[in-house]
Write a protein that binds this ligand. Structure first.
Ligand SMILES: [Mg+2]
Length: 268
């Protein structure tokens, strides 16, 4: 039985807690240590699949917390070291295969590709692609048909309660849950005093808006996010530094702003 945490942190990984270029997070070590000291909880919220999150969560030392995976389509429970065994992905693939051929054929999902093909289209290494291929809740894929057929494809999936989300080059199919939906359920479960969300990209906006406080982490490798409601009042802030260095400063500032570090062990 644990006490409600004083702070529940939801964080994106790439370009936020992890450096966009090196995938390292050393620059955020101080803030991560202090979060542990004050009894905060840290929930990773990422588009990555379970095997990738399992590895990073263990390296970060936050296996005691659940993680939001596959862009909000599902949850990786605390301490779990296996991809969740669910019927969701099987059901999704079955619904996809039940569509008429003229709608089904132009969609090539990860489940239709070899690991080598996934590596080629994503630019991931072979092992990275193998991890990305291990789906539990959602199916990314490439649409190669006309825009008109794609609209009919998306309509046909709606009859199966499946939603299609456009993101970069992929059309991702899922039963419609977002990072923000999972966040709401976890916030209810943890009942923290405050929530804080950090992200760098358009798919983080819902999460930043849903938290008590949101931090837009600078990512010089992409266009800055447009001005957001809450920036004028200080509920949403932007970091000057990119990636983990910006994350570190923002979390330390928030801990000070909320007076959460009283009695915590000093880090020198
Ligand atoms: Mg990101």
């Amino acid at each position: 039985m644990t006490m409600p945490p004083p702070l529940l942190v939801f964080t994106d990984l790439d370009g936020t807690l992890l450096s966009h270029t090196s995938y390292r997070w050393d620059a955020a070590t101080q803030a991560l240590d202090i979060l542990r000291d004050i009894g905060a909880a840290l929930v990773i919220a990422s588009s990555k699949s379970a095997p990738e999150i399992i590895e990073i969560r263990a390296q970060l030392g936050w296996t005691n917390c659940p993680a939001i995976i596959e862009n909000g389509a599902g949850i990786l429970p605390p301490e779990s070291t296996d991809t969740p065994k669910t019927e969701t992905y099987v059901r999704l693939r079955r619904a996809l295969d039940s569509l008429p051929a003229n709608l089904r054929d132009p969609f090539c999902g990860f489940g239709d590709m070899t690991v080598a093909q996934i590596a080629q289209i994503t630019g991931l290494s072979h092992s990275g692609a193998a991890n990305a291929a291990e789906r539990a809740f959602s199916e990314p894929g490439i649409w190669s048909g006309s825009a008109q057929l794609r609209a009919a494809f998306i309509d046909a999936l709606h009859d199966h309660d499946i939603h299609a989300r456009e993101g970069g080059r992929f059309l991702t199919l899922s039963y419609g849950r977002t990072k923000a939906d999972q966040m709401a359920a976890l916030t209810d479960a943890f009942a923290p005093r405050h929530t804080l969300a950090l992200g760098d990209a358009p798919n983080d906006i819902e999460m930043l808006q849903a938290a008590d406080f949101g931090v837009i982490v600078a990512n010089p490798h992409r266009d800055p996010l447009p001005p957001m409601p809450g920036e004028d009042t200080g509920r949403i802030t932007r970091t000057a530094l990119a990636g983990p260095a910006g994350w570190n400063t923002a979390v330390l500032d928030m801990i000070a702003r909320l007076n959460l570090n009283e009695g915590a062990t000093k880090h020198g």
